[in-house]
Design a protein around this ligand. Structure first.
Ligand SMILES: Nc1ncnc2c1ncn2[C@@H]1O[C@H](COP(=O)(O)OP(=O)(O)OP(=O)(O)O)[C@@H](O)[C@H]1O
Ligand SMILES: CCCCCCCCCCCCC/C=C/[C@@H](O)[C@H](CO)NC(=O)CCCCC
Ligand SMILES: [Ca+2]
Length: 525
């Protein structure tokens, strides 16, 4: 929709929230709105205030309609803006309204019915207010009907997803943080496997893709998944991505221990530093999002390292590397290629044979942190994330090994998560792009081979009681997307594009001076 240069005698006024378009066709300030970014079209009553503009004042009767559309602001923020058009010809006005409504009806990827779960206790406990004040009015404007469940306890959403008729919905929305998203994801993926007769406890099982998209309205403490897939943690922006029906496939890792399914992960699987932060911060939930800063500082000072063995299979199917200078962006070429290649491989060889044939690389050592990330893990604390070049949907994870080093060096490493310097450019940091890996701690290896004597056990207890001790005898815990895992020995496999989000990845910022996006010219009406 080109707002000012229509050949028809339609006029646009700067009504609801300033819109930079003019009725003068000679003016250069065009405003392009792709149909895909129109939120709604409404017949509008022309009130006295609006009529009271110069030459139109004398006209007898004016007919009008309003186009609500996505306005892209800076830093990936989206807002709902509106432009009202009017003319004297009622038939012409109706024709425009009808034509635009028909075009909107043709946008088949838009959701019509959503199931919404709100965690009232996530983050700063604002979930319910955020949904009611900022999101529900937009859904209603876009004629989306919703069934809303305010959760009453942890796992409420997950359990509910095994009971309801999920197939009548076009998507599931979670209002909360990464933990709430994880619940909904486990519910949906688990339900899909159950309905297809797939045993989640089999680490080699080919999981069934989940085509019901999840939308995240950020109201948590880290909101890493939202930030990494949209570029900002902002409820209105996320609601608009849901309304326009965006679709972003996402890799999911399955985590097993001895043929028992533990959890799925989409963002961070962290042992050592991030596991210890999480374990400590759980006791401080009352502090809200601040708990991570408190526990982060404490864990940094404790400077614990852990001994163990990692075995991994490199992700040979993907063209990218974790040291690339380019990041995953909307319509990412590498993600598309990986998807194609994996599909071909699976067709030719079958998954089991392929994995069985490939070599495993083994690394033993003492680590301050072992992090496996399926996406960059960008969040407001670290805008480029733990692995800036990680891809959302390439079927691989970046395995980051931070070996034992001095506190000062570890601090230098952490600080690089917040600036433009390369956090992998340290002799004590290694990063690999993998499709699966296994970890066993030295302690559990020793336990299994029965070499652990009583003295060591006592020493282990001593170290737990004295966090200032950096010794390597106690186990850490795995932080799986913000939840702790019970087992330290795990087996992880990345499932390429197992699920989909209402998002489009991070868009390249290409704003003109007026702040309008220049993309999607082909889609213009
Ligand atoms: N009504 C509820 N009462 C208690 N816990 C809940 C309720 N609803 C959901 N939960 C649990 O609360 C946990 C944390 O929620 P959420 O992720 O929304 O917030 P957060 O932990 O502050 O944010 P983040 O995960 O981004 O750090 C989730 O794992 C979820 O299982
Ligand atoms: C001197 C300044 C140093 C600053 C260093 C900042 C580095 C920050 C990196 C943040 C990476 C977040 C990864 C995301 C993990 C989420 O799945 C998880 C659930 O929400 N959050 C945490 O575990 C919470 C993790 C909180 C970490 C602080
Ligand atoms: Ca990935």
């Amino acid at each position: 929709l080109i707002l000012h240069s229509s050949p028809l005698p339609l006029y646009c006024c700067k009504t609801v929230r300033k819109m930079k378009c003019r009725i003068n066709p000679g003016n250069n300030e065009n405003c392009f709105v792709p149909i895909s970014e129109i939120i709604a079209v409404e017949e509008t009553e022309f009130n006295k205030k609006q009529r009271n503009i110069g030459r139109w004042q004398k006209m007898a009767k004016l007919h009008a309609f309003t186009v609500h559309y996505v306005k892209k602001a800076r830093n990936h923020r989206w807002r709902c803006s509106a432009a009202t058009f009017w003319c004297v010809d009622e038939h012409l006005c109706n024709q425009w309204t009808q034509a635009l409504k028909e075009l909107l009806e043709m946008q088949k990827s838009r959701p019509k019915q959503l199931l919404v779960y709100i965690n009232p206790f996530g983050g700063k406990r604002q979930g319910k207010r955020i949904y009611e004040q900022k999101v529900a009015p937009l859904f209603s404007l876009a004629s989306i009907s919703t069934d809303v469940v305010v959760t009453e306890h942890a796992n409420h959403a997950k359990d509910n997803l095994f009971e309801v008729n999920i197939y009548k919905y076009d998507g599931v929305v979670c209002v909360g943080g990464d933990g709430m998203f994880s619940e909904v994801m486990h519910g949906l993926i688990g339900r899909m496997q159950k309905d297809s007769g797939i045993d989640q406890n089999n680490p080699k099982a080919s999981l069934v893709q989940c085509n019901i998209r999840i939308g995240i309205i950020p109201a948590g403490s880290t909101d890493c998944i939202c930030y990494s897939t949209v570029g900002i943690s902002d409820p209105v922006t996320s609601a608009l991505h849901i309304i326009v029906g965006d679709c972003q496939p996402l890799d999911v890792s399955s985590v097993h221990h001895n043929d028992t399914f533990l959890k799925y992960s989409v963002s961070l699987l962290g042992y050592g530093f991030y596991g210890d932060i999480l374990k400590d911060s759980e006791k401080k939930r009352w502090m809200g999002p601040m708990r991570y800063d408190y526990s982060g500082f404490k864990t940094f000072l404790s400077h614990h390292y852990y001994e163990g063995t990692i075995a991994y299979q490199p992700a040979k199917h993907t063209h990218g590397s974790p040291r690339d200078k380019v990041s995953c962006r909307t319509g990412c070429y590498i993600c598309k290629q990986s998807e194609k290649q994996l599909a071909e491989q699976n067709k030719e060889h079958g998954l089991k044979k392929e994995e069985g044939e490939e070599e495993w690389k083994v690394i033993k050592g003492k680590f301050l942190a072992i992090n496996a990330v399926n996406m960059s893990c960008a969040c407001p604390r670290s805008p480029k994330g733990l692995s800036p070049a990680a891809h959302l949907a390439d079927g691989s994870a970046d395995l980051i090994l931070v070996r034992k080093c001095s506190r000062f060096d570890f601090l230098r490493y952490l600080v690089r998560h917040t600036n433009q310097d390369d956090q992998f450019d340290f002799p004590f940091v290694d990063v690999y792009r993998v499709k699966c890996f296994q970890f066993t701690s030295k302690l559990s290896e020793d336990n299994e081979s029965n070499v652990m004597d009583v003295g060591k056990k006592r020493f282990g207890q001593f170290c737990r009681d004295h966090p200032a001790c950096c010794c390597n005898i106690v186990n850490s815990t795995w932080n799986c997307d913000g939840e702790t895992l019970d087992s330290s020995a795990i087996e992880v496999r990345v499932h390429c594009q197992l699920m989909k989000l209402f998002a489009r990845g991070i868009e390249e910022d290409c704003k003109d001076e007026a702040g309008h996006s220049q993309s999607s010219i082909e889609q213009l009406l």
